[in-house]
Design a protein around this ligand. Structure first.
Ligand code: ATP
Ligand code: MG
Length: 662
């Protein structure tokens, strides 16, 4: 990309962040080097990824072929004939080299509860747990459910599975017993790892009780679960089923501190993980060992510009792909120090994140737009007197980040000196696929910018599937060639994999998201294709209208959906929440309406604007627009799968707000 071609009149462009300059030597020198590397990753992937795989991973048997398979057949494979173990790559090799280096900093729910675990200690814990799993008759290829709070033992659990070739499926420990049961049944796990309780935001969470409910509640079949291993987190009394339930500390005390590594082929599954369920029933996404690890390690190296000594802090939960890749596998594969955060952004008060950054001298900080918007809404006083100068790269993931929220993150957290990386990716992609590189890519607030190595994004016409060439185009986002960390299948349902990702546009991987490529070749994610609104033939993206609304000083968050309209086909319904201490004033709705007209145009004027106290969100904090769409279209009797909704009670409040009392 030619830097001089950026038109700064249209979108503000931020040059290279100050903290990436001076003495700092970034992992990619500059945009020219990036382009060169990207070209070779696309044109000669066998050489590019062959070299990368030898550089970043340790193999017990070298691979012979770099890749095989196609989108047409849905049979993608990477690093064939190669053998390696993910746990060895993330733990053993660093435990041998630098046993005293801190692998995990655990910031407990109470800020004063900090635990640090070295690579040497991590290896012992992982080995013991691997032996415990073996004693429970877990073998290579068996599925193990991990339903645990954000404590180091959860990471130990994932790595212990990887060590013996068991396939873990982490379920976010905020899901209900029904959701947990669905996932246990879907994968047929024999073993569940949990804790007596969890602690989050000062409250206890009854994890063990929920596991019990999930296991006993199977009416049609008997549960596959033979053992539940329980870590004592809070010490509360929990119901106990003799022989089935085992205490973690009892079993660990009996286990030997070394466990040999199980050899895995590159394409052996490492884990399966269910998607967030923003659009429908969650899919059990399967990731394999070598390709996934390469994606995880290389993106930590390049997208977060990892340098030895860095403290990498990803605030996601390990129940989501972001936690898998950017708390556990990516940082540990590079021998980094990773922060595991048990609490919430506002406990005990909204300065929590920032005090943690100061305390541990965090260098990379990664969170979601939902948290950024929430903290922006609560005001800047929570940042006063806190030293954030250790930060170098700050990232965002999960939803389009509205330019207004981006600007706040950049100015208030990055102090205008950090690289802001808006990283676009999915559970299915395994690792980041579109993002700026720190020290390399000039950024535009709201754009995920340019593709990562090996990713060739294309914009397709949604109707014809034709590729829209050149710049200044809008359509659906697809990827035109396989990359190492992409999902290989949906567990037990390859048909669904093909139908969802590979068959909609033959020869491409379909993301399900709408996107534009601007005149500089930058990618802007416009939201999910299902969420696109068509008003009198204008195709409008939800994210654009929402960003216009957030621009207004009173608005904290916004969600926009299409309602049926006899005249225009669809019309716009906008839901907004306000900042604290902002009262609904008389002319507010009118002002908001004008705001959209001004920023986008009269055709985007919302037909209705609802000021509400809360929006429906998934447990990972994403806005579930399909629920709002059903409500405005009076289809609320048929809301579909709402098991992934964080707070189901918002639904009734919204129905009342939109449709009134019956
Ligand atoms: P489901 O597939 O079950 O509906 P989900 O798509 O929310 O759930 P995830 O894999 O967690 O599950 O989320 C991936 C999606 O999140 C992307 O397809 C995209 O819509 C959105 N997303 C993630 N990062 C970004 C980003 N930086 N900018 C815009 N959108 C993003
Ligand atoms: Mg999805």
């Amino acid at each position: 990309m030619d830097k001089s071609s950026i038109n700064e009149d249209v979108d503000p462009v931020y040059p290279i962040a100050e903290r990436m300059l001076g003495d700092h030597k970034a992992n990619v020198e500059d945009i020219v080097k990036y382009e060169e590397m990207w070209e070779s990753s696309i044109n000669t992937p066998d050489i590019f990824f062959g070299d990368l795989a030898r550089e970043l991973l340790s193999w017990t048997k070298p691979f012979e072929r770099v890749q095989q398979g196609s989108f047409h057949e849905g049979d993608i494979a990477w690093f064939l004939e190669g053998e390696l173990n993910a746990c060895y790559n993330c733990v053993d090799r660093y435990a041998l080299e630098t046993p005293d280096k801190i692998a995990i900093i655990h910031e407990g729910d109470e800020p004063e509860n900090v635990r640090k675990i070295t690579y040497g200690e991590l290896l012992q814990e992982v080995c013991r747990l691997s032996n415990v799993l073996k004693s429970m008759d877990v073998h290579k290829g068996d599925k193990v459910i991990i339903y645990m709070p954000m404590i180091p033992e959860a990471v130990v659990a994932m790595l212990a599975c990887a060590r013996i070739g068991a396939v873990h499926s982490v379920v976010f420990a905020g899901f209900s017993s029904d959701s947990l049961r669905d996932r246990i049944e879907d994968c047929g796990a024999h073993v569940v790892l949990t804790s007596d309780e969890g602690r989050r935001g000062g409250k206890n969470i009854a994890t063990k009780l929920i596991v019990d409910e999930a296991i006993k509640g199977t009416t049609t079949t008997t549960s596959t679960v033979r053992h539940v291993l329980v870590y004592r987190r809070t010490g509360s009394d929990v119901p106990w089923t003799e022989n089935r339930d085992l205490w973690w500390h009892d079993e660990m005390a009996k286990a030997r501190p070394y466990c040999p590594l199980t050899t895995m082929s590159s394409e052996d599954p490492l884990f399966l993980l269910y998607t967030s369920g923003s659009t429908g029933t969650p899919k059990g996404i399967v990731h394999t060992t070598a390709g996934y690890l390469i994606g995880a390690a290389s993106t930590v190296k390049y997208v977060f510009d990892y340098q030895p000594g860095d403290i990498h802090a990803c605030m996601a939960d390990i129940g989501w792909i972001t936690g898998h890749t950017y708390i556990v596998y990516g940082p540990l594969a590079l021998g980094a120090t990773t922060v595991l955060f048990e609490s919430t952004p506002t406990y005990p008060d909204p300065s929590r994140f920032w005090k943690m950054v100061e305390k541990h001298k965090v260098t990379q900080f990664y969170t979601a737009p939902t948290a950024i918007r929430a903290l922006r809404r609560l005001g800047d006083k929570w940042l006063e007197g806190i030293d954030l100068s250790s930060l170098r790269v700050i990232g965002s993931v999960g939803e389009p980040i509205n330019p207004e929220a981006w600007e706040w993150y950049n100015a208030q957290i990055g102090k205008g000196e950090c690289a802001v990386v808006d990283t676009y990716w999915q559970t299915e992609t395994g690792s980041i696929i579109i993002s700026p590189l720190p020290g390399v890519t000039p950024t535009k607030p709201g754009s995920a910018t340019l593709p990562f190595f090996g990713i060739k994004p294309v914009i397709l016409d949604p109707q014809t599937g034709a590729e829209l060439e050149g710049n200044d185009v809008t359509g659906v986002l697809a990827i035109s060639q396989p990359w190492p960390s992409m999902a290989r299948t949906v567990y037990n349902n390859h048909h669904r994999y093909l139908e969802t990702y590979l068959n909609p546009y033959k020869g491409f991987y379909f993301t399900g998201d709408g996107a534009s490529r601007d005149k500089d070749g930058y990618i802007w994610i416009r939201g999910r294709v299902d969420d696109v609104i068509n008003v009198s033939g204008h195709r409008l993206s939800t994210s654009e209208i929402e960003s216009a609304l957030i621009h207004h000083e009173s608005v904290a968050e916004a969600a926009v959906v299409g309602g049926h309209d006899d005249l225009t086909g669809q019309c716009i319904h906008a839901f907004t929440t306000l900042k604290p201490n902002v009262e609904i004033s008389e002319g507010l709705e009118k002002e908001l309406s004008l705001q959209v007209r001004k920023v986008i145009g009269p055709f985007a004027t919302p037909k209705r604007i609802y000021v509400v106290s809360d929006l429906p969100k998934t447990r990972s904090g994403k806005i579930m627009r399909r629920i709002l769409r059903k409500i405005v279209n009076k289809e609320h009797d048929d809301l579909g799968d709402i098991s992934t909704l964080a707070d189901p009670s918002v639904v009734d409040t919204l129905i009342f707000k939109v449709l009134g009392p019956d």
